[in-house]
Design a binder for this molecule. Structure first.
Ligand SMILES: O=P(O)(O)OC[C@H]1O[C@](O)(COP(=O)(O)O)[C@@H](O)[C@@H]1O
Ligand SMILES: [Mg+2]
Ligand SMILES: [Mg+2]
Length: 330
């Protein structure tokens, strides 16, 4: 679909209709990816409802177990995980899934599925109980293993540039689904009363430069020197410090307004904190599609070689000129 055709698309078109039109513009599309995106949107609607009423029902607080990262799981982490796994399993297009909340690959018992999905069911877990924006992040690959066989680790080790789609859902003052299939970035706002996502931001282009930096300055002393030097530069230039503590929320603001998000390597996280397959790759793909960029300090995040399911990476993502300025310090 050309930019002109996308721009001609009236704001307010439903997600479903937009997906249909995008599909008809892709000659070889057979509809499975479209259906998979709808399945993710459906699970997002259910999680949106759970989040909105979280304080009224007993789904706040810790779940009482740890995930593979050694992090305390929140009840909503587990609820979101269950809901997305169920939607992806029931959909029929997915043969295997990895999620932040499970150590190993989850097989869907549908070896005919063409796609594998990497997902962060609930991003910004530390903000769940305090009513601050949280999100979901997803990344989709077409499998490389033969259809009809069990998916393999290699299906998930294809690298950031082989994602066929990626996106996030931001549960904030409004709920918004943002995704790309490699033809630009579009955002859909959820209309609660109609139960529908409507196109609200079409063909998002991120500003080349910005004056917002998002980093947990409390860890400043622990950060690698290049990051510390860049943060000093931001202070000198009197950029605005904005840090929600939910990657999706900080990324979304900076995508629209121009800014940079930093989660450097540190003594606590020598390889960075964020997970390559279901946090860094998908947001790096979206950034690239919107004219922004990302790095780990040495290479574009999309070019980092994957080697394990829950691999971590330093992550710097945002306006092109700000990321280039950061790289001067590495
Ligand atoms: O509390 P910190 O160390 O600043 O980390 C906050 C970052 O960690 C995260 O919460 C990690 O994601 P999860 O909540 O999915 O584990 C990001 O959303 C956020 O940007
Ligand atoms: Mg996360
Ligand atoms: Mg998470």
């Amino acid at each position: 679909m050309t930019k002109q055709e996308t721009l001609a698309m009236p704001v307010g078109v439903t997600l479903d209709r937009f997906i249909k039109r995008q599909q008809s513009a892709m000659p070889f599309a057979s509809g499975e990816l479209s259906q998979l995106l709808r399945d993710i949107a459906l699970a997002g609607k259910i999680i949106n409802r759970e989040i909105n009423r979280a304080g009224l029902v007993d789904i706040t607080g810790a779940f009482g177990s740890q995930n593979v990262q050694g992090e305390e799981q929140q009840k909503l982490d587990v609820v979101a995980d269950i809901r997305f796994l169920r939607a992806l399993k029931n959909g029929g297009e997915v043969c295997a899934i990895i999620t932040e909340e499970s150590d190993e690959i989850i097989y869907t018992d549908n070896d005919e599925g063409k796609y594998v999905v990497a997902i962060d069911p609930l991003d910004g877990s530390s903000n769940i109980d305090v009513n601050v924006s949280i999100g979901t992040i997803f990344s989709i690959y077409r499998r490389t293993s033969p259809i009809g066989t069990r998916a393999t680790l290699e299906d998930f080790m294809q690298g950031g540039r082989n994602q066929v789609a990626a996106g996030y859902i931001l549960y904030g003052s409004s709920t918004i689904l943002v995704y790309t299939t490699g033809q630009g970035v579009n955002a859909f706002t959820y209309e609660n009363s109609l139960g529908e996502f409507f196109l609200s931001h079409k063909d998002i282009v991120s500003p080349e430069n910005g004056a917002i930096y998002s980093v947990n300055e409390g860890n400043y002393n622990d950060f690698v020197s290049g990051a510390r030097a860049y943060i000093v530069n931001c202070r000198m230039k009197e950029y605005s410090g904005r840090y929600i503590g939910s990657l999706v929320g900080d990324f979304h603001r900076n995508l629209l307004k121009g800014g940079i998000y930093l989660y450097p390597a540190s003594k606590k996280y020598p390889k960075g904190k964020l997970r390559l397959l279901y946090e860094c790759y998908p947001l790096a793909f979206l950034a690239e599609q919107a004219g922004a960029t990302s790095t780990d300090g040495y290479q574009n995040v999309l070019d980092i070689e994957p080697n394990s399911l829950h691999q971590r990476s330093p992550f710097y993502v945002g306006a092109k000129e700000m990321v280039n300025e950061l790289l001067l310090h590495f």
